[in-house]
Design a protein around this ligand. Structure first.
Ligand code: SF4
Length: 482
């Protein structure tokens, strides 16, 4: 029920205001669901950039009233929360990445995954370049610093055309922020404005809600948006309309926060639509509909509305241990799951239950939760999933397990039902999923369900492809468990 998939990263940037760093701090808090392994903020006073990063959540890295936030109190700020999709969970891979090159300083924050990172790094290393991290983000800085690129009329637009894969990027130069989104628009990125007129960018609009800013629009695929002292400027590094977008459908199904607007629609409303459609595609004769909180809740409400079966809370989630599966080690994940969901016996005992979840990845966690429902006295359990069976890994910034580990790989529905030990199982069809979305079906990536990768990928490359020599750097571990 708690899916074995992990977020990618979250970005936040703001130009102007005496409280820009505080707004970044709170903006990152609201994006914490996108990554909890590390957090960082880089800020500029107009001349010099400073950067502070650390392992763990925002509240740990930037403890209230602590020194880093005071030192970073400048008006031009970007921030990042990370889950590792390329490179391991190490402090050396935390972001923003701050560097100096021939044109001065730049700090970069990245959400996504470059599918040509290893190739580009090979090229640079062959000519003697040195890398200090094992993530794909540093490759972008090397591209920016390359002498033949520096001299181009628009170096940033030029180098973005060398990147392949999923990327929403924030570049902090001493005098401005440049926000870019890949030509397919795979990862989200949006533009907003605070009550005082300062412009902000973020992975999700939920970050704007937190700081009292309003959403202006989403950054377009292939667009660079500049925030500087004159306001906002836009340019395209890929001619609009020449690439059909491939927005990540999984952002809508699972990753994004319910109050965010993604691809022009509210995430909660979209998930309720999925639930209603799921009830039509896979009805069940049952007494109660329960969600797997929190990501299954909206779809369960929709399922209940459509089926007229009462909605209730069969699981209670502990909010004190963070979002499950955010830690990389399997042991930690298993422990987190046990701690995370408690069954409400009174809701499920003696009842025929529809359990609604957003997705199933490995299935081992789902199976464990089904068992706890049986132990609590559930009479029948009908599993309903608001997306199709996941059969393929993601190479665009979402960390699914390998193909072999996916529950739906080489298993038909009957075998999945038997594995989960449920009375019935029903997955949303891909057609049904896309019919609920705001944009035409062709504008969404669906590779994890049908294996159609819009950007060609090398399926043999692992997320640790850039870790050739066990480069490691540790921070003060005495604070790691706080
Ligand atoms: S493969 Fe799946 S998770 Fe990855 S970008 Fe495409 S829709 Fe999103």
């Amino acid at each position: 029920m708690i899916p074995e998939k992990r977020e990618n990263c979250g970005l936040f940037g703001i130009y102007g205001g005496a409280d820009a760093v505080e707004k970044t701090y709170f903006g990152l808090h609201s994006l914490q669901h996108r990554g909890q392994e590390s957090a960082g903020i880089a800020s500029s006073d107009g001349d010099v950039i400073q950067c502070y990063t650390g392992m763990g959540r925002v509240s740990r890295v930037f403890r209230s009233g602590s020194g880093p936030l005071e030192k970073l109190a400048n008006p031009i700020v970007i921030g990042h929360v990370r889950y590792s999709t390329t490179g391991s969970s190490e402090v050396l891979n935390s972001q923003p990445v701050l560097c100096e090159y021939s044109r001065g300083q730049v700090a970069v924050a990245h959400n996504g995954n470059l599918v040509n990172a290893a190739l580009l790094r090979d090229e640079y290393e062959a000519y003697g370049s040195i890398f200090k991290s094992t993530s794909d983000t540093e490759v972008i800085i090397h591209l920016l610093a390359k002498p033949t690129h520096v001299g181009k009329p628009d170096p940033l637009a030029h180098i973005l055309n060398h990147l392949q894969g999923a990327y929403s990027l924030l570049f902090l130069f001493p005098d401005r922020i440049e926000a870019a989104r890949d030509p397919f628009g795979i990862r989200p990125l949006c533009l907003g404005q605070t009550e005082k007129g300062c412009y902000v960018v973020a992975s999700e609009s939920c970050a704007f809600d937190t700081i009292g800013a309003k959403l202006i629009r989403e950054v377009e695929p292939g667009e660079i948006v500049t925030l500087d002292k004159e306001g906002v400027h836009s340019r395209f590094f890929v001619k609009p309309g020449t690439v059909t977008p491939a927005h990540c459908t999984f952002e809508l199904v699972y990753f994004a926060k319910q109050n965010s607007i993604i691809s022009g629609e509210n995430v909660h409303e979209f998930r309720k639509k999925l639930g209603r459609r799921l009830a039509i595609e896979h009805p069940a004769d049952a007494d109660v509909v329960i969600p797997v909180p929190d990501s299954g809740t909206s779809a369960a409400i929709g399922y209940s509305e459509q089926s007229k079966i009462p909605f209730d809370m069969g699981f209670v989630r502990s909010h004190y241990i963070g979002r499950t599966f955010i830690s990389p080690e399997q042991k930690t994940r298993e422990l987190e799951v046990k701690l995370k969901l408690a069954v409400v016996r009174e809701t499920v005992a003696g009842k025929r239950i529809v359990v609604v979840d957003d997705s199933i990845v490995r299935g081992t966690t789902t199976k464990g939760k089904i068992r706890t429902l049986r132990q609590a006295g559930a009479k029948e359990i009908h599993m309903r999933v608001s997306c199709p069976p996941i059969r393929y890994p993601c190479f665009y910034g979402v960390d699914f397990p390998t193909k072999e580990e996916l529950l739906a790989n080489n298993r038909d529905l009957q075998q999945i039902r038997e594995f989960l030990e449920v009375d019935s199982v029903g997955y949303m069809s891909l057609e049904g999923l896309l019919s609920c979305a705001n944009l035409p079906a062709k504008n969404y990536c669906t590779a994890c369900w049908n294996g159609r990768y819009r950007i060609p990928v090398d399926t043999t490359v692992s997320k640790f492809a850039l870790e050739r020599y066990q480069l490691r750097m540790f921070e003060d571990q005495s604070r790691a468990d706080e």
